[in-house]
Design a binder for this molecule. Structure first.
Ligand code: ADP
Ligand code: ADP
Length: 239
């Protein structure tokens, strides 16, 4: 699903964030990326998302290939087939959870989530929206008003909304890192469920070993922009 070849990235200030990264991720796999602050994890996610140019190498996700000399327009193709989630909860509308998802489903088809006539489109997208809410374990909260959901529920609702455009890859940057244990577990369970139910490929950045033990099929250890080690979570992290 993802193939990264000889990827390097130096920021305009001269800092080299990634050096000659080679990596493949299989369809349906959860790849964990671990490493200290400054290792290059976020830069790698942003490149996969298509929002960051790079200096050499190429990145292929599904059938979209982007190289160091691709322009913004070409890179944006990656944006269409990926979704990214960071640990923040703004961007939800003051309406029910299911309406929030319907809005995104509508936008994925017709392009604008701000002009939805909810009464008109509700029935058309209801079942699909419930499926996505179910995938993140929120089906029972479908009719609840989004602004009053708990922190973990909001994060899961945001994940459900991002799945509305049927991305090939879900990118997660430090999911639930700052959350309390209960919220964190809810979010991690939702990620696991989404991966199992929808078969979506996941790339997950976290500096927390327990997140990788719980979710990752395979872990890549980044250090100073290079892959230091790669393998199953237990072996890699305990080294
Ligand atoms: P991580 O996510 O592992 O903490 P980052 O990818 O954020 O690492 O950063 C890798 C390196 O690139 C760090 O040294 C960081 O300071 C630098 N860096 C990140 N973003 C920028 C930027 N926009 N401009 C310049 N340097 C940056
Ligand atoms: P869409 O795919 O609907 O256009 P975006 O990609 O703009 O939506 O954002 C979807 C969600 O992903 C946002 O709610 C936000 O949390 C997160 N997100 C996406 N890109 C970024 C980014 N570059 N920086 C921070 N958050 C982002």
């Amino acid at each position: 699903m993802i193939k990264i070849v000889n990827l390097s990235k130096t920021y305009p200030n001269g800092i080299t964030a990634l050096k000659n990264i080679n990596l493949e991720v299989k369809k349906g796999e959860i790849l964990g990326i671990i490493g200290k602050s400054g290792a290059g994890k976020t830069t790698l996610l942003r490149i996969l998302r298509g929002v960051e140019p790079f200096d050499s190498g190429k990145v292929k996700i599904d059938d979209v290939e982007v190289s160091h000399d691709s322009n913004v327009h070409e890179r944006t193709k990656l944006k269409r087939i990926t979704a990214i989630h960071l640990q923040r909860t703004f961007g939800l509308w003051s309406e029910t959870a299911i309406e929030n998802v319907i809005r995104k489903l509508y936008a994925a088809k017709f392009g604008d989530e701000t002009t939805v006539n909810m009464d008109e489109v509700y029935d058309e997208f209801k079942d699909e929206a419930l499926e996505l809410l179910d995938a993140v374990g929120l089906k029972h909260k479908a009719e609840h008003f989004a602004p009053v959901l708990s922190g973990g529920e909001k994060q899961r609702l945001i994940i459900a909304r991002q799945l509305a455009k049927k991305p090939k890859v879900l990118l997660l940057d430090e999911p639930a890192t700052m959350a309390c244990p209960k919220t964190k577990q809810e979010v991690l369970d939702a990620i696991k469920r989404v991966n199992e139910k929808l078969g979506i490929t996941v790339v997950l950045v976290s500096h927390l070993p327990e997140v990788h033990y719980y979710l990752a099929d395979r872990v890549v250890w980044l250090e100073n922009g290079k892959i230091k080690d790669e393998g199953d979570p237990e072996t890699i992290i305990k080294k």
